[in-house]
Design a protein around this ligand. Structure first.
Ligand SMILES: Cc1ncc(C[n+]2csc(CCOP(=O)(O)OP(=O)(O)O)c2C)c(N)n1
Ligand SMILES: [Mg+2]
Length: 555
């Protein structure tokens, strides 16, 4: 197959050149700033991988052992790099394998582009049973993406890619799928490439609503701010701190919003402190969060509390409760506008530092009494520098971390959001490390969740990705087992696990294996692993742990 290598990236004007569909696809990704993608090849993608082969200098391809990892890695990459994450999978089973990851990216508003193969263009949806055929692939994937479109000719590919990036860079960020049949990837034509899609343009909330919200905030005695993942996705952390200081308003962060304001700040609050702050709040400013409680119920606010909301999604903003003021727009634009207005309206307020530091002190004491979770959690935190990234999972230490782990910088605590996707953590942490190679990355896994993806130890070794993978081994789907014991009258079923020797397992893949049983041992092992900077697995054998939510009155 002849591969065109005549396209120059510096030439971003629309020029017509003869090339294959695969070339056009690769060139359009490069023009949109993509230099790394996560993929797993197959016959329907040969025309594309052929084009990638010719562009290895410009576009790094990281291949995995299962499609779930391509999309999880793209998600992790996107969350820390501030760029789009791109994965490439074959149609049918390949895309279905990636679907749990795409649904997680959807839940977490992560800009992931999934490039998918198709069957031959003339037989799509004929039901003949071609390799990897599924009926209405676009319709299937549209349920868990922001948009999904197909190009049927090489000439349609530049427009397809441009539109995909325009979606990824506007409104609420969510994954986007594009697909191209194999004959289209191989077909040659005179193709007009186009320049990159525009960077995000901030959407300003309506001025009169901002004015109204500012008046509520200026008159509030006990303003409270709720910040979610939207503050991080919208890069609005500086404005958040400025507004919070101006109002002397504490900021409660959701698990997805952790890092929006440093936990070292006296105004940074977790979900346990929220229980004490909520009843006293006269005005609550809710920014970029679904605003649900720990049971995914509408947060039970005091009826007298005036609720003001900023959200990029006009549907989200009044899903459960109608706020007094709805401000649809970017968090950054909304917060900046409120600062401008409030600087005129409120003078210097007396600092509430002492009051809030006292609250934080006793809350921290309570959450640190949840053992052994707090001991291990603190060991991880102490071993990591402020820019180190912690990737949680559905496991005991991560449940504790979701509300209790101190986080000091934006985008350094990564969660699977409301999907609660077991198997997400290890793969995602590999993408995080690729996206932020100069910071240590620690992935917190249980033995159950890690088992979903342990084949990716091969990816970690082959692509030399020096993440640090913790496996807390209680020989159980521990959370399930505890529920069966405590709430189901001891009817234990399908929750015990017989596991491999994790140290030997890691070593057999060419990954460093360590084992430690104590919090002190874990801190030392992480510190040594950061110094060594090698792909590393640390097994921590543990026993059953207490329920952190009931212990703290969160559920
Ligand atoms: C994809 C998926 N399948 C099943 C579950 C249900 N689930 C939630 S927690 C859990 C057990 C997790 O076990 P492990 O990873 O070992 O963590 P532990 O609770 O033992 O710390 C299961 C099966 C899930 N969250 N996601
Ligand atoms: Mg377990």
């Amino acid at each position: 197959m002849a591969v065109s290598s005549t396209v120059d990236r510096s030439d971003v004007a629309a020029t017509t050149q003869r090339m294959t569909g695969g070339d056009a696809l690769a060139e359009m990704l490069i023009r949109n700033g993509v230099d790394t993608l996560f993929g797993l090849p197959g016959v329907q993608l040969d025309g594309f991988f052929n084009a990638l082969w010719a562009r290895q200098e410009k576009l790094r391809v990281i291949h995995t052992r299962h499609e779930q990892a391509t999309a999880y890695m793209a998600d992790g990459y996107a969350r820390v790099s501030g760029r789009e994450g791109v994965c490439v999978v074959v149609p049918g089973p390949g895309l279905l394998n990636a679907a749990a990851a795409l649904s997680t990216a959807y839940a977490c508003n992560s800009p992931v582009l999934c490039v998918t193969g198709q069957i031959r263009s003339d037989l799509i949806d004929h039901g003949r049973g071609l390799l990897h055929e599924i009926h209405d692939q676009l319709g299937m994937i549209r349920h868990i993406t922001k948009s999904a479109e197909r190009a049927m000719t090489p000439g349609e590919i530049p427009g397809l890619v441009s539109k995909a990036f325009a979606e990824l860079r506007s409104g609420r960020m969510r994954p986007v799928e594009i697909e191209v049949p194999p004959d289209t990837l191989f077909a040659e034509d005179e193709i007009a490439l186009v320049g990159p899609s525009a960077e995000r343009v901030l959407l300003n909330p309506d001025a009169s609503r901002l004015e109204k919200a500012a008046q509520h905030l200026a008159g509030a005695k006990n303003p409270l701010i709720y910040a979610g993942g939207g503050v991080l996705r919208g890069k609005a952390w500086d404005e958040l701190v400025q507004l919070a200081e101006l109002l002397q308003a504490p900021v409660v962060m959701s698990a997805n919003g952790k890092g929006a304001i440093s936990d070292r700040h006296y105004l940074a609050m977790n979900q346990v402190a929220e229980l004490e702050l909520r009843p006293k709040a006269d005005v609550a400013l809710v920014v970029g969060t679904r605003f649900l409680d720990n049971l995914s119920q509408p947060r039970p606010m005091h009826p007298e509390t005036t609720i003001l909301r900023i959200d990029i999604d006009a549907e989200e903003i009044h899903r459960d409760v109608k706020p007094a003021v709805e401000m649809v727009g970017d968090a950054k634009a909304g917060l900046a506008a409120l600062i401008d207005l409030l600087e005129q309206m409120v003078g210097e307020r007396p600092s509430r530092k002492a009051e809030f530091e006292e609250l934080k002190r006793h809350v921290t004491e309570r959450i640190n009494s949840v053992m052994p979770q707090a001991g291990f959690g603190q060991a991880i935190r102490h071993a990591l520098p402020d820019d180190g990234v912690i990737v949680g999972e559905m496991t005991q230490i991560a449940y504790w971390s979701n509300f209790a782990m101190p986080i000091y910088q934006p985008n350094t605590y990564i969660t699977p959001g409301y999907q609660g996707t077991l198997g997400w953590g290890f793969c995602t942490s590999l993408g995080v490390k690729v996206g932020k190679p100069d910071s240590p990355v620690v992935s917190i896994n249980g033995d159950g969740g890690f088992g979903f993806a342990l084949n990716e130890l091969a990816t970690m070794a082959q692509h030399e990705i020096p993440a640090i993978v913790l496996v807390f081994n209680d020989s159980a789907y521990g959370n399930v087992k505890r529920i069966q014991q405590v709430d189901m009258g001891g009817r234990e079923i399908a929750s015990s696990l017989r596991n491999p020797d994790y140290v030997k397992l890691a070593e057999s893949f060419g990954v460093v294996g360590r084992r430690t049983e104590t919090a002190e041992g874990l801190q030392t092992a992480i510190e040594e692993s950061i110094k060594a900077n090698e792909p590393t697995l640390i097994e921590i054998p543990v026993g059953q742990m207490p329920n952190p939510w009931t212990t703290l009155g969160l559920r």
